[in-house]
Write a protein that binds this ligand. Structure first.
Ligand SMILES: Nc1ncnc2c1ncn2[C@@H]1O[C@H](COP(=O)(O)OP(=O)(O)OP(=O)(O)O)[C@@H](O)[C@H]1O
Ligand SMILES: [Mg+2]
Length: 324
């Protein structure tokens, strides 16, 4: 279990992390989400003992920071923001070096661990390659193997998929999910879909403050409540359809989100809209009844969850507005 209370960190008079508290249970995968500069790395550095908080407490299992820092460090595998690797070493030599530093002195035990890690992180074909020659995704896998060398109970991963291509992201995500079955994991990201796909729980921080902390399922549910209606129509013109929809109720907002053109005639074949309302009322029945009076064809009429994207944007809007 990881428990931190009222964590605060200043850099001179700038407050990077502002009074945040959380308890992360054993076996949880927590996604720490936030825009650039939100304070994710600073928080993770405090949890791993690299920064001392200005105030607040950190307890990991039965141990207290900073008193039990050595014990705590032995419980945590940490993958920093840019995994520091020795580029002139071969992968195998590097892992061997890390294993020895971490106290795996028994040759057989070390060999067994390498086999497990190589299997888990997909390293078998690159063991004899120089780290400098590896792609970013492969380097990240070596960094993960480093973090997991002693099979720690807790893994703290700072943007493990940053800068990777979609295939590499999926691979790292699978590794995290596999490890997450047995371990407690905190990983930071500013990619929402990533947290959504991988985590049981999501905490969003913005300007050093915790602005949301809930299970992924509950966050999704609250996002669903502010839903949009997606409507696609065939056999009508954009302006006609828009006018008809806007006439249904003054609370309705209609946004055109794309048209499919007929290749032969260049006419707009299908027009699509996103329909929202100020008070989140569900206007699907009214829309259907109104369109029934015409000869237009409804291709799609569905209520769509706005996913977490919207929650994230709303909770972190201030920063975006300031930086835009
Ligand atoms: N060592 C430091 N000295 C001074 N300011 C710092 C230091 N480390 C971080 N900061 C500042 O603290 C704030 C939070 O930084 P942090 O690196 O924790 O953000 P982050 O959420 O990890 O962002 P990113 O997504 O870009 O990695 C930023 O404004 C940053 O400039
Ligand atoms: Mg960071």
């Amino acid at each position: 279990m990881i428990e931190f209370q009222n964590l605060t960190k200043y850099f001179k008079d700038f407050c990077a992390v502002d009074n945040i508290s959380m308890t992360i249970r054993k076996g949880e995968i927590l996604g720490l989400l936030g825009p650039n500069g939100a304070g994710k790395t600073t928080t993770l550095r405090m949890l791993t003992g690299y920064f001392r908080p200005d105030s607040g407490t950190i307890k990991i299992e039965d141990f207290q920071m900073p008193r039990d820092i050595i014990k705590i460090k032995s419980l945590i595998g940490y993958l920093p923001e840019s995994a520091p690797l020795y580029h002139n070493m071969l992968v195998y030599d590097y892992l061997e070096y890390i294993a020895k530093i971490k106290g795996l002195h028994d040759k057989e035990a070390r060999h067994d661990r390498f086999l497990q890690l190589s299997d888990l992180c997909g390293l078998s074909s690159i063991m004899a390659q120089p780290i400098a020659d590896l792609s970013k995704g492969l380097k990240q896998r070596v960094g993960l193997a480093h973090a997991m060398m002693t099979d720690p109970e807790i893994l703290i991963l700072d943007e493990p998929t940053s800068g990777l291509d979609p295939n590499q992201i999926a691979e790292i995500r699978n590794i995290i999910k596999t490890i997450g079955k047995e371990k407690t994991i905190i990983f930071s990201t500013h990619i929402l879909s990533e947290a959504e796909a991988t985590c049981d729980r999501i905490a969003i921080i913005n300007k050093g403050r915790m602005v949301a902390d809930d299970t992924t399922a509950s966050l999704k549910l609250s996002a669903k409540q502010s839903s949009l209606i997606k409507l696609s129509l065939k056999g009508t013109l954009l302006d006609d359809a828009k006018a008809l929809l806007e006439n249904i109720d003054p609370a309705i907002k209609v946004k055109n989100i794309g048209d499919v053109k007929n290749i032969e005639t260049s006419e707009k074949d299908i027009v699509s809209f996103e329909i929202s309302s100020a008070d989140d009322e569900d206007f699907r029945s009214d829309i259907y009844l109104k369109i029934k009076e015409t000869d237009w064809i409804i291709i799609e009429l569905a209520k769509e969850s706005q996913a977490l994207e919207k929650i994230f944007q709303e909770l972190t809007r201030e920063v975006r507005d300031e930086t835009n």
